[in-house]
Design a binder for this molecule. Structure first.
Ligand code: WT7
Length: 633
C-alpha cells in the first residue's frame, strides 16, 4: 500500500479537482495508506481566523514506524540511506532498511538512557553524516521533539535556539569535514553552553574525526559509549497526529528567528505523497537531494519523504566544489543517481565553472532534475536542462517554504509541462490564490499578486513554538481567512505560477532565508555602529546578496568593515555576512521615523534614477549622499 502516484495529465487534473471539491475525502484516502496504531476519527478541523488547524484527529501513529518497520517486511535488504563522504578516499556507507531500523532503535534507547522522554526537545547540531539522520529518527521514535540547527550557525545563534526550545539534550559531532576544511563543531557547542543553554543536561558527541576535543565530564557523553551497546529493539512511541514532531527555526521579518512547528500525522502524509509525485520515484531508483538536513528540504526530502516512500535516499557530507567543481556530477555517475534535487545557487556556481565538468561524467541515469529554495533564473534553468538533463530530464522547479512542510507548487515530471522560471501548478490538495493589496482574489490569468493559500493542507505549520500569537499575526492576519506566504507571484495566460520573491523584510541568500532585522541587530552589536539598515540586491551566484547601510560613530574604513563582518559571523554565522557595507551619515526616514527601505533597495539594486519622490521624507537630503557613495562601492 502506498499513497497515489499520478501517472498522467488526465489523472492529475481529475485528482486535483477531487482534492478541491472534497479535500477531506481526498486526504482520507491518502492517509489510509499509512499504518495507524489507532484510526483517526476526523480528517480535518480548521479555522484560519482563530487560527487553528488539525489533521487526522485522534489518529495514533509513529512516523518512524511508517519510515522503517513497515518497509522491513517488504524491503529489509534494500538500501535506505547511501552516504557519500566528503573525502573521496573514505568508503561509502550504506544502511539497508533493516540496518537503519536497528541503528535508530539503538540510538533511541541511548536517548532514553540519558533521560530523554516524549515531549522533550533535543537540539541536533551535526554535519551531514548518517548519524544525523539516525538521530532525527531516534528522536521521533521516542516522541522527543527534534530541532536541527544547521551546523554553520554560530554559538550565539545555537544558544538562542537551544534556549527558545529549552532543550534537554544537544547531539553534535566533534568535527565537520567540509571540503578541505575541518570545522570544530563541538567547540561551538561548548561556546554556546557558556552563553546560555541552562536547560541542557547532556551533550551527546558523535566522533567524526581523529582530532581531540575539550571534554566536560559533567555533561559530555560519547555517542559510541551511549549508543553502540544498546538493544536494537525500541518500541515506537504512540504519537497523536497533532503531537509535535519537530521544531525548525527560520528567519522572519522581525529580529528573532521563529520555531516553525510541524506535527506527526499531517506531515507524514504530505511529505510521502509529495515525494512520490514530484520525483516520480520508482522501485530501485537512487534519489539524491543535496540539501543539508539543517534546512526543511533535508527534513522533508532527504529523511522523511523518501523513507516513508521506501526509497533509497543519498546523503553527501561535502561541498559541490571539492575536490573540484565536478564532484556533484561524479557522484551522480558513481551512484547512478536517478533523481537529483538541488538549489539554483549551486547550479549557477557550477555553471560558472564551465561545461567541462559535467561533460566528463555519465549522467544518463538522471530522469528528474529538481530545483528549490529561490527563483531559478532562465539561464541557469537552460544550463541545467541542457548540460545536466541533456534535454531528457524534466526540471521540477519546486516552490514551498519551511512553513509549508512540503512542496506546494511544481511541475510533475513527464506529466505536466515545464516552462523556465515557472513553478507552474499546485499539487493536488493545494489551493493557491493571488490577491491584491486589499486582499481581493485575482481570478484572471496574466496577473501579478501576493501568493496566499486558501485551504489548509496536511503539513501546514501548526504554530510558532512558544508564541502562538506570532503564528496568527505573521501568516493569518494579513488577509482574512487565508494563509499568506510572504511571496509575490505572477500567473501566466495558461495558469502557471511563477514565484518572484519575498515581499516582506526577508531576503534569500543562496537559498537561505535571512531576516533583514536579524542581520541589522547583529551589525548593531559593533560598538561603533549607531544604526544600520539591511536590504537585498541581485547577486549573480547567490540570487540575492546582503547590502548593509551603516551609520558609524567616527569614520569608516576597511578595518571596521572587517570587524562588522566578524560581529555578524559571531552573532549569526558566516551565511549572514553582508556582501557590501556602505557607511552613511543618515538613513532615509518617514516623518514617523520608519526607515524607507524601498529607497535603500532601489539604490542597492543600482536603480538610483528611479527613486520617485523623496520630498516627503523627514530627511530628504541624506538620499543624494547615499546615492553618490553607493556608486563608489
Ligand atoms: C522561501 C522559503 C522550501 C525549501 C527551501 C527554502 C523561496 C523557495 C522557491 C522556488 C521561487 C522559492 C520563496 C519562499 N522559494 N522555493 N522554487 N521559486 N522561490 O525554504 O527557507 O523556508 O524559504 O524561499 O521566497 O517563501 P525557506
Amino acid at each position: 500500500m502506498n499513497t497515489t502516484q499520478i501517472s498522467s495529465l488526465e489523472e492529475y487534473q481529475k485528482l486535483y479537482k477531487e482534492s478541491v471539491d472534497s479535500p477531506e475525502k481526498f486526504w482520507k484516502k491518502e492517509a489510509q495508506q499509512f499504518i495507524w496504531f489507532e484510526d483517526f476519527k476526523d480528517v480535518c478541523q480548521w479555522n484560519f481566523n482563530e487560527p487553528n488547524v488539525k489533521w487526522f484527529l485522534e489518529g495514533k501513529t509513529n512516523i518512524t514506524y511508517n519510515c522503517l518497520d513497515r518497509h522491513v517486511l517488504e524491503r529489509g535488504d534494500q538500501t535506505a540511506i547511501l552516504w557519500e563522504p566528503n573525502d573521496e578516499s573514505q568508503s561509502v556507507r550504506s544502511f539497508t532498511y533493516d540496518e537503519l531500523l536497528d541503528e535508530v532503535c539503538k540510538c533511541a534507547n541511548g536517548l532514553k538512557s540519558l533521560g530523554v522522554v516524549k515531549g522533550d526537545r533535543v537540539i541536533l547540531y551535526m554535519p551531514m553524516v548518517p548519524e544525523l539522520a539516525i538521530a532525527v529518527l531516534a528522536c521521533a521514535r521516542i516522541g522527543a521533539v527534534h530541532s536541527v540547527v544547521f551546523a554553520g550557525f554560530s554559538a550565539q545563534a545555537l544558544a538562542d535556539r537551544v534556549d527558545d526550545a529549552s532543550a534537554k539534550l544537544i547531539i553534535c559531532s566533534d568535527y565537520n569535514n567540509r571540503g578541505a576544511k575541518t570545522i570544530p563543531v563541538k567547540q561551538v557547542v561548548d561556546d554556546a553552553m557558556d552563553l546560555g543553554c541552562n536547560s541542557v543536561e547532556s551533550v551527546l558527541v558523535h566522533k567524526n574525526s581523529s582530532n581531540e576535543v575539550n571534554w566536560s565530564d559533567d555533561t559530555d557523553r560519547w555517542w559510541h559509549d551511549v549508543v553502540n551497546d544498546q538493544s536494537p529493539f525500541c518500541p515506537a512511541e504512540e504519537m497523536d497526529s497533532e503531537d509535535m514532531l519537530f521544531i525548525l527555526y527560520t528567519s522572519g521579518s522581525t529580529g528573532k528567528p521563529k520555531g516553525v512547528v510541524h506535527t506527526c500525522g499531517g506531515y507524514m502524509v504530505y511529505t510521502c505523497f509529495s515525494f512520490r509525485n514530484v520525483f516520480q520515484y520508482k522501485e530501485g531508483d537512487v534519489y539524491w537531494c543535496t540539501a543539508d538536513i539543517g534546512w526543511i528540504t533535508g527534513h522533508s526530502y532527504i529523511v522523511y519523504g523518501p523513507l516513508l516512500a521506501g526509497a533509497t535516499t543519498m546523503m553527501f557530507e561535502g561541498v559541490p566544489t571539492y575536490p573540484d567543481a565536478g564532484r556533484f556530477w561524479k557522484i551522480c555517475e558513481k551512484h547512478k543517481v536517478n533523481q537529483f534535487y538541488t538549489a539554483p545557487t549551486a547550479i549557477r556556481a557550477l555553471m560558472a565553472k564551465g561545461d567541462d565538468f559535467p561533460e566528463q561524467y555519465d549522467l544518463s541515469k538522471i530522469k528528474v532534475l529538481g530545483s528549490v529554495g529561490e527563483p531559478i533564473n532562465e539561464e541557469a534553468w537552460r544550463w541545467y536542462d541542457e548540460k545536466i538533463g541533456k534535454g531528457k530530464a524534466p526540471i521540477v522547479d519546486t516552490w514551498w517554504q519551511t512553513e509549508t512542510g512540503g512542496i506546494m507548487i511544481t511541475p510533475l515530471p513527464g506529466i505536466t509541462d515545464t516552462k523556465p522560471t515557472f513553478a507552474s501548478y499546485p499539487l493536488p490538495g493545494i489551493q493557491p490564490v493571488l490577491v491584491n493589496a486589499e486582499g481581493e482574489i485575482l481570478e484572471e490569468n496574466d496577473v501579478e499578486g501576493l501568493l496566499c493559500i486558501k485551504h489548509p493542507w496536511p503539513s501546514v505549520l501548526r504554530t510558532t513554538y512558544g508564541d502562538h500569537q506570532r503564528w496568527k499575526d505573521v501568516y493569518f492576519s494579513m488577509f482574512n481567512g487565508m494563509y499568506f506566504t510572504g511571496d509575490g507571484a505572477r500567473r501566466d495566460s495558461e495558469g502557471r505560477i511563477r514565484v518572484i520573491g519575498r515581499v516582506d523584510d526577508v531576503i534569500n541568500v543562496s537559498g537561505h532565508r535571512m531576516g533583514t532585522a536579524e542581520v541589522e541587530n547583529a551589525i548593531n552589536e559593533h560598538p561603533a555602529v549607531i544604526e544600520s539598515a539591511v536590504v537585498g540586491f541581485p547577486h549573480p551566484i547567490k540570487g540575492q546578496g546582503i547590502y548593509a547601510y551603516v551609520i558609524l560613530q567616527g569614520t569608516g574604513d576597511d578595518n571596521i568593515r572587517k570587524e562588522i563582518l566578524d560581529v555578524v559571523t559571531k552573532e549569526i554565522g558566516p551565511i549572514a555576512k553582508p556582501d557590501l557595507i556602505q557607511f552613511v551619515d543618515g538613513l532615509p526616514k518617514t516623518r514617523s521615523g520608519k526607515i524607507m527601505r524601498r529607497i535603500l533597495r532601489k539604490i542597492a539594486c543600482g536603480d538610483v534614477d528611479k527613486l520617485g519622490d523623496v520630498s516627503t521624507l523627514l530627511n530628504p537630503d541624506v538620499v543624494s549622499n547615499i546615492k553618490l557613495d553607493a556608486l563608489k562601492l
